[in-house]
Ligand binder design. Structure first.
Ligand SMILES: Nc1ncnc2c1ncn2[C@@H]1O[C@H](COP(=O)(O)OP(=O)(O)OP(=O)(O)O)[C@@H](O)[C@H]1O
Ligand SMILES: [Mg+2]
Length: 332
């Protein structure tokens, strides 16, 4: 498969002391969507800035569709688009006028502009509001306009730094659904940074977790969750009939990794709940223990993040900062 991104031993040191990236090896397949997850200061934006040729690495190499980002920067820039975390549209003019300015900056020939602009407006669900001033748009609509601007040149890869930060869940969903249209129709590779676990879980084909400049885990969401080692079957019993000794019986099975005895029931850790559950129920039947309730829980991406980074993501403050800034800009 063609590689959209490839880095080898990528290092970035700011001002001789801050090691923002520490030997990052990464590949992203063309046509897929890729999420880089990490806490504040992990190096996400730094990596994106190197890949979009805005800053140079200190050591190592990075390629975008086989092109070296340092030696072939201008060729790389023809293939990519970048939506920064900060606002990148003007609010005192209409959505259409913004797109027209970008179309001119990108050198799209005059006779093609209208068609290309109509197409991105349509894909981003903005056709109906194209002539309204951006100052009347919601945060989600502004984000979709920014993405529309970035899509004018039909890039092979789009880099999005925190594409939905500060948006409410409904607006986030619309942004992602619109992005999926571009992925399907243009085959664009999507490379995004995010703090939202559910977003990476739902919309990324592959995920890498970065912490202190190092990639600490990578895989599909399923692989990452699986790497935590299994699923938990929780069995609770009717009052008075719980026999904790049943845990001993469970432990005899090679499918059972561990059993945690709690007051009203058992937490059985297994590698595959679906195949192990009938076996456990059988043991209960043989021992004449009526079951109260059974539930299966799987590790979430949050659990994975917690394991590899050591803390959950705290986004309070930061999101409201961005939101506040966007509101201020919108109001002029
Ligand atoms: N221009 C710069 N000069 C000096 N240090 C910098 C510069 N830009 C980033 N850093 C530092 O490099 C490290 C990585 O920063 P970076 O912005 O890449 O992190 P991030 O993962 O994008 O964080 P956030 O989630 O807050 O956006 C941080 O310690 C940051 O303070
Ligand atoms: Mg950042």
């Amino acid at each position: 498969m063609e590689l959209a991104v490839q880095t080898k031993g990528l290092v970035k040191v700011y001002g001789g002391k801050v090691r923002a990236l520490d030997k990052v090896d990464l590949t992203v397949d063309a046509g897929t969507s890729f999420a880089l997850l990490g806490p504040n200061g992990a190096g996400k934006t730094t990596l994106m800035r190197i890949l979009t040729t805005q800053i140079r690495p200190t050591a190592g190499e990075a390629r975008v569709f086989g092109l070296d980002v340092v030696r072939q920067g201008s060729k790389v820039r023809r293939l990519i688009s970048y939506v920064p975390q900060e606002m990148s549209v003007w609010t005192d003019i209409s959505g259409y006028e913004n797109l027209l300015i970008y179309a001119k900056i990108f050198g799209i020939p005059r006779h093609e502009r209208r068609k290309v602009i109509d197409e991105v407006l349509e894909n981003m669900g903005l056709t109906g509001v194209q002539n309204e001033p951006v100052s009347t748009y919601s945060g989600g609509m502004i984000r979709r306009l920014e993405i529309a601007c970035a899509m004018l040149i039909k890039p092979k890869i789009i880099f999005l730094d925190e594409p939905t930060i500060g948006l409410d869940p409904a607006a986030r969903k619309v942004v992602w659904e619109s992005l999926q249209v571009f992925k399907r129709e243009y085959g664009v590779t999507i490379f995004f940074n995010t703090h939202y676990m559910d977003e990476a879980d739902q919309y990324a084909d592959n995920i890498a977790i970065i912490n202190q400049g190092k990639i600490v885990a990578r895989g599909t969401a399923e692989e990452l969750k699986h790497s935590l080692g299994g699923e938990i079957i929780t069995i609770t019993f009717e009052k008075g009939i719980f026999k904790p000794d049943i845990a001993q019986e469970f432990r005899k099975s090679s499918y059972v990794k561990d059993v945690i005895v709690e007051e009203e029931g058992l937490n059985v850790i297994v590698s595959d709940a679906e195949s192990t559950l009938p076996y456990l129920i059988n043991i209960l039947r043989e021992n004449g223990v009526p079951i109260g309730r059974v539930s299966i829980t799987r590790p979430t991406l949050d659990d994975v993040f917690l394991k590899f980074v050591g803390t959950r993501i705290v986004e309070k403050g930061r999101i409201s900062d961005v939101k506040h800034m966007r509101d201020m800009i919108r109001k002029g």
